[in-house]
Design a protein around this ligand. Structure first.
Ligand code: BGC
Length: 768
């Protein structure tokens, strides 16, 4: 096989349209949106899909590249750390003696982008012209390796269509002196340091250019800037290959320069074909664990692929010192900070399909326990109070002020008041352990998180004259209402957190008495304190009204103004902008799922029909001012059997990034919405629930979905589930692992590798 043939094959996208996202890209004003949507990422490196060929200096799309965990505080006045931009290593310029060739933006497709989600890479094209004399067509492949996360690859195929002239190709890095301080700058290797945070970045690059199959030597114009000049002729093929190696170092004795040099040397020996093949194999492997297939709804299928593509690109199982920011590694919004989004909206996907990544994400919370303990102690509480916004150290990084949606400068209270984060982390720890049975994790790290967060709640919830414990002065998931008392979500999650901590204390004492002795001595945790936690849990105020089973979202919520949201249908701005901040605070309008989120996470807290009653009460009062909201509503609607409504929420969630309905995609993928889409599908439509002795499935598929198939992992086993609505059959296969129990509509069935389960299902009632 000749070089060019293989390159041509590499540049061909997967033929099945359901695996690719394509954009013709005629509108330069939309560049920033697609730079996010088509971003490539591997949990360590994230590269926005901005134009890299003859990018005009006026281009609005920031060509940012991010490295997970590379935080810095930009200057002494702005003490909030943010993910810095590293030099973007993909830039290419094609020039003629009289100047640069220009991009042709005219009618018809121009600079199309194709995200090949199956192979985890980006393909792009463009045509550059100079009047009628010269025209070149460029095709480009870019990837960051899923197999070896420090590596990136760019392949460029340039075909001269017209023109016999002197042509120059310049390959450079953009932003070499932007956010970082260069310590060492050689032609093909650089080491930079952050200004304040003591981290370093290493970058090495290997390039080669072939003209009609012949290797050509570059002129080095400056470090990280090369050029080649040759005589063009129609039909000529020029091909550029660029391999990047990137390393982050957090410690002074770790030289990222040596690391990238070694990485580059190793990959240069095996070549780009091997890099590409291993990357594709790594993606194929991931899809075999996480693929979801929908028959009968092509848009839903595409949306789920898009979600899983970005979720897969967001995590790195090999780095337990980083977590996933609210925009993953695809944009600057929220500065790379980690929120409850990770534990509540992302972890379920990783727990069920990629437990190694889930474990790493939870180890990040273990490593940041110090910051959480300090935050609790600072405020006079005990245990672990996690940062609402967390960067690399676990210290609270929520900015103190910001410009609100009404363009006014507002104080941000979430960093001190949005306290449910501690219970959210504990929730994810428990879910992980339930689903994986990873006792080593529980004993080494998970138990300590559960105990320290429980200790926080026990000190936080104070007894009052009514004999109940109250948690005053918080913000729940609904951030429209601040400094509220007894937020049902917070209190019930806190109670649940304490109860699970008591369970884990008993479990450790019973199964690993020596480890328990060590841990309880280290945490100075005695029986009397455990007993007091139990009292806190039993007397926690929850706001549940016995007569109706409704949870009052917080004390006094039912007395607030009841605004009919249906009167504002068709609005294009959030409800707090429509009503103004103060009226919103005096009203029952909710920013996002709050009691509904509680119902999604802890359905057992809602006896009998009270789940439906709470959903019916709160759903019409929610303005969905956060991208996290619709997924939770869809999940609950599906579980309650309102599949028509659930499908509507599914579409709204999918549209957040695919149609930019929040008008915010330029700042990065709403990764929690993507995780929510997966949750809604698996926990909602398939009705998956985890039990201590197995899993249960209670399918409620939308009428248009003929079938839904997906893979799962549960306690070391691999399962394949197919819900065939067309034939009213459920098929569960155990691909590996010991026999287990699967309950369908509550009825248990045994499942073994040699004996799958095929059972009848009911047709979903499409009511909403
Ligand atoms: C939401 C939070 C979320 C944050 C980051 C906010 O608008 O209200 O729940 O954690 O965005 O996604």
């Amino acid at each position: 096989m000749t070089d060019s043939k293989t390159l041509k094959q590499a540049l061909e996208p997967t033929a099945d349209a359901a695996w690719v996202l394509h954009d013709d890209g005629c509108d330069p004003l939309r560049e920033n949106d697609r730079a996010t949507r088509f971003a490539i990422s591997n949990g360590f490196l994230g590269v926005r899909a901005s134009q890299v060929i003859n990018r005009s200096p006026q281009s609005v799309a920031s060509p940012n590249t991010y490295v997970a965990g590379l935080f810095d505080t930009p200057d002494a006045d702005r003490a909030v750390p943010e993910l810095v931009c590293v030099p973007n290593g993909l830039q290419v310029r094609i020039g003629l003696p009289e100047g640069q060739l220009v991009q042709h933006f005219g009618p018809g497709p121009s600079h199309p982008l194709t995200l090949d989600m199956r192979r985890g890479l980006l393909l792009s094209e463009c045509r550059l012209v100079d009047g009628s004399d010269v025209s070149v067509r460029l095709r480009l492949l870019s990837l960051v390796s899923q197999d070896h996360r420090s590596l990136g690859l760019q392949l460029l195929d340039l075909e001269v269509e017209r023109g016999e002239t002197e042509m120059t190709l310049e390959a450079a890095f953009e932003g070499v002196d932007r956010d970082l301080v260069a310590e060492r700058l050689e032609n093909e290797l650089g080491v930079w340091r952050t200004r304040h945070s003591g981290k370093r970045l290493g970058l090495a690059v290997g390039l080669s250019l072939r003209i009609d199959g012949q290797e050509a030597a570059p002129v080095v114009l400056a470090p990280f800037k090369w050029s080649w000049t040759w005589r063009s002729r129609p039909g000529q093929i020029v091909y550029l290959e660029r391999i990047l190696a990137v390393a982050r170092s957090d410690a002074p004795d770790q030289d990222p320069g040596a690391e990238v040099r070694d990485d580059l040397k190793a990959v240069s020996q095996s070549g780009w074909r091997s890099l590409l093949a291993r990357h594709e194999a790594a993606w194929a492997n991931r899809w075999s664990f996480s693929g979801v297939e929908v028959e009968g709804d092509a848009a839903a299928q595409k949306a789920l692929r898009f979600a899983i593509y970005h979720l897969t690109g967001a995590a790195n199982p090999d780095d337990p010192r980083v977590s996933i920011g609210a925009r993953a590694l695809t944009g600057a919004d929220y500065r790379g900070h980690v929120f409850w989004d990770t534990e509540i909206f992302l972890l379920p996907f990783y727990i069920m399909t990629w437990p190694e990544a889930a474990r790493s994400l939870l180890m990040y919370r273990f490593h940041t326990l110090g910051g959480a303990r300090a935050k609790a102690a600072d405020r006079g509480w005990r245990g672990a109070f996690y940062a609402w916004e967390s960067a690399d150290s676990g210290i609270e990084t929520t900015p103190e002020q910001a410009v609100g949606p009404d363009r006014q400068i507002t104080d941000i209270l979430t960093g001190t008041q949005e306290q449910h984060i501690s219970a959210d982390v504990a929730y994810a720890v428990w879910q992980y352990w339930q689903a994986t049975g990873d006792d080593d994790f529980l004993v080494e790290a998970g138990a300590e998180i559960l105990l320290e967060t429980a200790r926080f709640w026990a000190s936080r919830a104070q007894p009052e004259a009514d004999g109940l414990r109250h948690i005053r002065g918080v913000i729940g998931p609904d951030e429209y209402h601040e400094t509220i008392d007894d937020n049902a979500f917070t209190n019930v999650m806190a109670r649940w957190n304490i109860r699970r901590a008591l369970d884990v204390a008993a479990l450790l004492g019973e199964r690993w008495p020596e480890r328990w002795a060590d841990l309880s001595i280290r945490l100075d945790l005695h029986d009397a304190e455990l007993k007091s936690w139990s009292d806190v849990a039993e007397t926690m105020a929850t706001g549940r009204v016995p007569a109706t089973g409704l949870f009052e979202q917080f004390a006094g919520y039912f007395d607030l103004e009841d605004v009919d949201l249906s009167a504002y249908a068709g609005r294009t701005v959030p409800m707090d902008v429509v009503l103004g901040r103060e009226r919103t605070q005096r009203s029952q309008v909710i920013k996002q799922a709050d009691v509904v989120a509680l119902l999604a996470l802890l359905p057992d807290e809602f006896a009998g029909e009270t789940g439906t009653a709470n959903f019916r009460y709160y759903e019409p009062r929610c303005g969905h001012g956060s991208s996290l909201s619709t997924a939770m509503h869809g999940l609950v609607a599906a579980r309650l059997g309102a599949t028509g409504m659930a499908l509507d929420y599914f579409r709204r969630t999918a549209a957040i990034d695919l149609a930019d309905t929040k008008v915010a995609i330029g700042g990065g993928i709403h990764i929690a919405a993507q995780g929510g889409l997966w949750m809604m599908t698996i926990f909602g439509f398939a009705g998956l629930a985890l039990r201590s002795d197995g899993i249960t499935l209670t399918p409620h598929l939308p009428a248009s979905w003929n079938s839904l198939s997906f893979s799962l992992q549960w306690r070391g086993r691999r399962l394949a589930v197919r819900i065939d609505q067309a034939n009213l059959k459920l098929d569960v296969r155990l691909d590996s692992g010991l026999p287990m129990t699967v309950a369908v509509y509550g009825e248990p069935h045994g499942l073994r590798v040699d004996q799958g389960l095929v059972t009848d299902i009911r047709r979903s009632d499409q009511g909403d």
